[in-house]
Each structure stands twice: as C-alpha cells, then as structure tokens.
Write a protein that binds this ligand. Structure first.
Ligand code: GLC
Length: 715
C-alpha cells in the first residue's frame, strides 16, 4: 500500500466524522511545524494571510481565491508557508501528523478550503433557488442567451402558452378546425410582387356585368348568322329526356387526351349501367397530316371493346355476316346504334352529320377540317365490318345536358350543360324562333325548342371585354391557334396551368425577388436552400398541370406539406420555402378565381337569355356541369355563385334559384340518349334502316365503298 493510499483512507468512523465547528477566532498555530510556518520576512507574493471564515459572499469569494491560488496557481509558492487552519486544533494535529508522515502537501493544503467551497456553494444555491422562485421568466431569457450562440445546436422553442384552464376540455387528438397558414412576418419583395401580380387577375363585379352584356350580344349575333366568334351551332336535338328512356347503346368520346368507348344500358327509371374502356390518344395522331390514321385507331378501339364486353353479340354478327346473301341475315336490331361524342366545333347538318369547323385543345389535323366527322368514323368502322352505326353526333356539352336531364332530381328539365375541364363550352335549350340563321335538314319541329351548342370557348376573340394580362398575351402568341378560343384560354384547365407557369417563370427570372431561390439557408424555413432541377418542366411550355393549382389552393396544412411534395414530384422544386409555397398558392388562387368569375359570365348570360328568371315560378333553373376544373378546383362552384349574385338581373335571389349540379358521364349517357332520339327519328324516316344496311352491304359486295365526306346511311 502506498503512502498516498494510506493517507487518504478513511479508517475508524470516529476519526473521520467531522468535528464540531470551532467558533473561536482562527490564528496561526505557534507550534506549527516547518511545513506550516509563516515567515513574515518572505516576499509579499509569498506572504499569505489566512482569511477569516467567510461571513459574506465577498469574503467567501476571497477565501476561495486564496486557497485556489495557494494550492494550484502559484508554482512559486513556498510549501513552508502555512495558514491558520479553520479546523479545531485536534483535527489540525491529526493533519499535521499526516503531513509529517510524508502525506502529499496538496491534501493538507486543500482540506481546509472544502469548507469554504461548501459554504459558498450552499449560499449560492440558496440564492439561485430564491431567484428562480420569484423570477420565473428569467429562465427563458437565459436559455435564449445560450441558444442564440451561433454554434449552438440547440434550437430555442418559443415559450409555451399557459392555458388558464389546466384541464384539457377537448380530448381530440387532431384539430377540428382547418389550420390557417402563417402570414409572412414582413412584406418581402416576393410578397409585394405576388400582390402586384395577383391584382392583375382581379375580375370585379363591374367586369362581370360588362362581360355578361357582351356575352348576350355575341350569343344573339351567333343566332343570326354564321361566321361569328360564338358559333351558336344548332344540334338538331329538339328536346331533353325525362328519365324514362330505355335501351342498350354504344357511345364513343373523342375530345381531349383520351378516347373512351362505352356501352350504356338506360334502365328507364333515371338510372343506367355503364361499361367503358379508356385509352390515351397517341400524340402523333393528334397532330398528324391526315385524319385517316386517327379514325382507324378509333374504329380499332371499338372493335376491341365489342370483342371484350359484347363477345356474344360480336360472334353472332360474324356468323350472320357470312350468310349475307340471305336477306334475313341482317336484322336491324342486331346493329348497335352509336352516339359519337366529338368535342370540337362542328357545323351540324343533321343529327349524325357535321363538318369540322376547326380543331381545338391541341389537336391539329388540317386534312379533317371541313369534312363530315361521322362519315370519317363510319368508313373505318365499315372497313372492320363492325355491327355499328354512327347514329348521332354529339358535343360533350350536349351530352352533359342530356345526362343531367335524364338523371336530375325532380321534374325540372335542364336548361344548360357546361364543361369546365380541359376545354370549356356550353349547350342550352333555345327557342327555335330565336334562331334566325337557316337550319337545314330534318328535325322535330313540334317542341319549338332546339339545343344550341354555343362554342363559347371562342367568346370575345376580338377582346372587347375579356381581361388581357401580359401572361394571357404570351400564352396566346405561343399557342397553335393564336387569336382563337380566347375565352377558353382564360377559363379552362388546359390553359390555367400554363398561365401560372408563365407567371412563375417571370418571377424566377426576376433578380429582385427570391422565388424558389434563397440567399442562404437561414431565409428558408426548412434550413436549406431551394433548388430547381435542371430537367424541371417549369421551363417547358405546358409544363405545369392545372391539377397542381387545385392541390396548392386546397393545401391549408401549416407547412404546405402536400404542395411541397407535389412541387418536388412534378416540377423538381426541392425545399421550397413557406414564402415560395404561399406565393404559389396565391397566384393559383387568383388565376382560378378569375376563371370561375368568367365562367359565371357565361352561365349568367345563358340564364338571362332563356328568360326563365322572369317566368312566375319558383322552380329551380337547372344546370349540369362536368369537367376536372369544376370537380376538383376548390370552391369553383362557390366562386361562380358569388359572381352570379353580382349580376344585374340575377342578384342574390336569382342566384339562389340557379341549381348547378355535377353531371358525370355526359359523353356516355348523353350520347346514348341522343342515339336513342336518332333511332326514333329513323323509324319515322322515309327509308327504314334495314333497307339502308342492305343497300350498304350490296354496295360493299360490289366493291363500291363509300367515299369520305359522304354518309353511308339514309335518314
Ligand atoms: C372545346 C371544344 C368544344 C368542347 C369543349 C369542351 O372548347 O371546341 O366543342 O365542347 O372544348 O370539351
């Protein structure tokens, strides 16, 4: 065992227990051995005077300094210098004995200092506790001081709110009210620029009323003559269904990015069953030189659908076709009547005849313009020997109107069918007397009504009243049809995303504002810097899908987390800041709101044109709508209603009478209903369809195929 171990070991309990505190004044021991001897003749630095026991904080501090310096700080300190011990003599004696037994001097010197440290520490602790008791907020201030150090890894959290009520009344784990986005603390240049741009998309009540007046003027102009900006196309549909119609029909729908084939069973009780298949239209067919490839593709899809969903019918047809020499081989009821929903402007000449006026929505096949689209499709169907007759040509808006009328609640017939999707358009029931331009061909005159396809996408191509920001101008200039579909370019889903994209590109290029870029990570609430991927579609035409606007407007999470995720996925914008997403939201909202208020111009003007509000009735005025925008853009319908109430001649009371309801599957159900109307007209017609098919078959056998642009049927 070493001397050190020996000296520090605590052996008998009595020896180690602290002696009673000596209250007598302390003095240097006269018989202290050399080790403890104070030599007053020594240099001042070595002259250490023992402090008296600490009675105040300052004297305690002095004592602490003294003993620290004595033991550790001064290497020159003479070990012979001693101090008066604060311990009683007996203990001192014990210490001295230990010292003389070669105990390291540090032990002997330090032993007395412990008492001062203890006293000092206890006093200090008491003071701190007392301070904490009275100054509760100081704690937070201290934590801020420490955490504000630039290298501190601790993030200070704000002080918790103290609830008056200590009992939690609501055990709800999630908030029941939607969270409200944080407003930026200061108006940064980005916030200011966002406000400036948002203001450009304002469409006031006065604007709405001016729009309605001009819309009514252009509607009536279109009823008087051809070649006006709003085509006001008579559809040869002279009534709307009432829900009792029955039968099995085929329908196909060409009008956007997809082609849909459906068979619809109308049950006659306002319900239906619908089977369909959908396929994306290859881009190269949308902008081909000739229409033949596109229509051959469509016919192929119909064949595929029949084989898959109506195999029995299809097989039976093949068998009958092989016995074509027998007149009984053909039976009229074995032929599917098909409603062809073709959602482009078509000049109709009959219920299943119409020539294409122009392509819209990104299609561009010059060779099809001016041709009968029903004949183009029938020709390709016949080449595949399918048991299908194109019985009706239908615009999607007319289909929507029919579908809504078939399914709508109550006895009210529907006034208007409208689409707010990739494109926008409306079809409404007009009095035949108001149609002053000539309507050639057969139609049922008994109702006094005819459905008009307005083609309102081209309302105000001349920009008499439409708003026209620099972004609208740029979009139009770079489109495939500049100067055309000007209303559609401000209202429909195909274009809204592009407007927002053009705004964003402008802002990103602006060096004075920080959209999707940060000076450094401290300005980004994700403590990162925003990055736009090099392949981001933000910089490509049509690169921003309008569905992102709906996501942005709907995202009221405190961090805009859904929007951030989509920005990353769709536009390769990583770590967008809160200010970025807030700007994105506000711009999307402004562009969408302007679209909704413009939509109200079209709906409101059509209601006024019908004169229904001045009829003494409290029946609702029913409108069927369809399309991604009205279905998914948050509050699109509410914003329409808000603008309707501001229209002179409608007002809040009139707006309440207008019932806007979603009418899904107009392109299927509606087309089937018109095919049904067409079948009824065939029966009344001068030549029955069976004869037409026989003639057609005979022609085919003789190798005389119908030419494109002519119809293959008689009606
Ligand atoms: C375009 C077409 C129109 C169609 C609308 C909605 O505006 O020209 O016929 O109804 O899109 O699909």
């Amino acid at each position: 065992m070493s001397d050190w171990e020996d000296a520090t070991r605590c052996t008998p309990a009595a020896e180690c227990s602290p002696p009673p505190l000596n209250t007598a004044p302390l003095a240097a021991s006269p018989d202290a051995p050399d080790l403890y001897h104070v030599d007053p003749t020594n240099s001042p630095a070595k002259l250490a005077v023992a402090p008296s026991p600490p009675t105040t904080l300052s004297s305690a501090f002095k004592a602490w300094r003294f003993f620290s310096a004595r033991a550790d700080d001064d290497p020159d300190l003479d070990p012979s210098i001693t101090t008066a011990s604060p311990f009683p003599a007996a203990v001192d004696d014990h210490h001295r004995r230990q010292k003389t037994q070669k105990t390291p001097s540090i032990v002997a010197v330090h032993r007395p200092t412990l008492t001062f440290i203890h006293v000092f520490s206890v006093t200090f602790l008491i003071l701190v506790l007392v301070a904490q008791l009275f100054l509760t907020d100081v704690k937070f201030q201290y934590s801020r001081i420490f955490t504000s150090h630039p290298f501190s890894r601790t993030v200070s959290s704000p002080p918790a709110f103290v609830l008056d009520d200590s009992v939690c009344e609501s055990p709800q784990p999630f908030p029941t009210a939607p969270p409200v986005s944080r407003a930026p603390a200061m108006e940064s240049p980005l916030v200011q620029e966002t406000k400036r741009i948002v203001a450009q998309f304002d469409y006031t009540g006065t604007d709405v009323n001016n729009g309605v007046k001009e819309f009514l003027r252009q509607m009536n102009e279109g009823l008087q003559k051809d070649g006006t900006s709003m085509s006001q196309i008579p559809t040869y549909v002279t009534g709307v269904p009432n829900g009792t119609e029955k039968g099995l029909y085929l329908a196909v729908d060409l009008g956007g990015t997809n082609f849909r084939v459906c068979s619809i069973h109308l049950n006659g009780d306002t319900t239906f069953n619908l089977t369909y298949s959908k396929v994306a239209i290859p881009k190269e067919l949308m902008v081909a030189k000739t229409a033949q490839e596109l229509f051959a593709f469509l016919a192929k899809q119909i064949e595929q659908f029949l084989k898959t969903h109506h195999e029995d019918h299809f097989e039976a047809h093949i068998r009958r076709r092989n016995t074509i020499s027998t007149p009984d081989g053909f039976r009229d009821e074995h032929i599917f009547r098909l409603g062809f929903t073709f959602s482009f402007p078509v000049q109709q000449f009959g219920i299943n005849k119409g020539t294409l006026i122009r392509w819209t929505k990104g299609f561009d096949i010059p060779d099809a313009v001016g041709k009968d689209v029903c004949a183009l499709l029938q020709q390709e169907i016949d080449l595949l020997h399918l048991p299908v007759k194109v019985a009706a040509l239908v615009n999607d808006t007319v289909g929507t109107l029919m579908a809504r009328s078939y399914t709508s609640p109550g006895k009210t017939s529907t006034l208007l069918g409208a689409i707010f999707g990739t494109g926008t358009n409306g079809a409404y029931v007009e009095k035949v007397v108001n149609i002053q331009k000539s309507v050639d061909g057969e139609y049922d005159k008994s109702t006094g009504d005819m459905v008009i396809n307005t083609e309102w996408g081209s309302f105000d191509n001349q920009l008499n009243v439409l708003p026209n920001t620099s972004y609208d101008i740029e979009l139009d200039k770079k489109s495939v049809n500049p100067g055309i579909q000007m209303f559609e370019k401000r209202v429909s889903g195909m274009f809204l995303g592009e407007i927002v994209r053009l705004v964003l590109v402008d802002m990103v290029k602006n060096p004075n504002i920080a959209l999707f870029k940060d000076d450094n990570s401290s300005t980004n609430d994700w403590r990162s810097t925003t990055n736009i991927g090099s392949g981001s579609s933000l910089h490509k035409q049509w690169g921003l899908d309008s569905s992102l606007m709906s996501i942005a407007v709907a995202d009221n999470t405190p961090e805009h987390s859904t929007l951030r995720m989509q920005l990353e996925k769709e536009l390769q914008v990583d770590s967008a800041s809160f200010e970025d997403t807030q700007a994105f939201k506000e711009i999307s909202y402004a562009v969408g709101r302007r679209a909704a208020r413009l939509a109200a111009v079209a709906l409101g003007a059509t209601v006024l044109q019908s004169g229904k509000l001045s009829e003494a009735s409290d029946e609702p005025i029913d409108i069927g709508v369809d399309g991604s925008l009205v279905e998914h853009y948050p509050f699109f319908r509410d914003m329409i209603y808000e603008a309707l109430a501001a229209i002179d001649g409608i007002g809040p009371a009139g707006a309440q009478r207008i019932r806007i309801g979603i009418a899904k599957d107009g392109s299927g159900v509606g087309a089937a209903l018109i095919a049904l109307v067409a079948a009824g007209m065939e029966k009344k017609g001068p030549v029955d369809y069976l004869n037409a098919v026989r003639n057609n078959a005979a022609q085919k056998l003789a190798g005389v195929l119908p030419t494109v642009g002519e119809t293959t049927t008689l009606s």
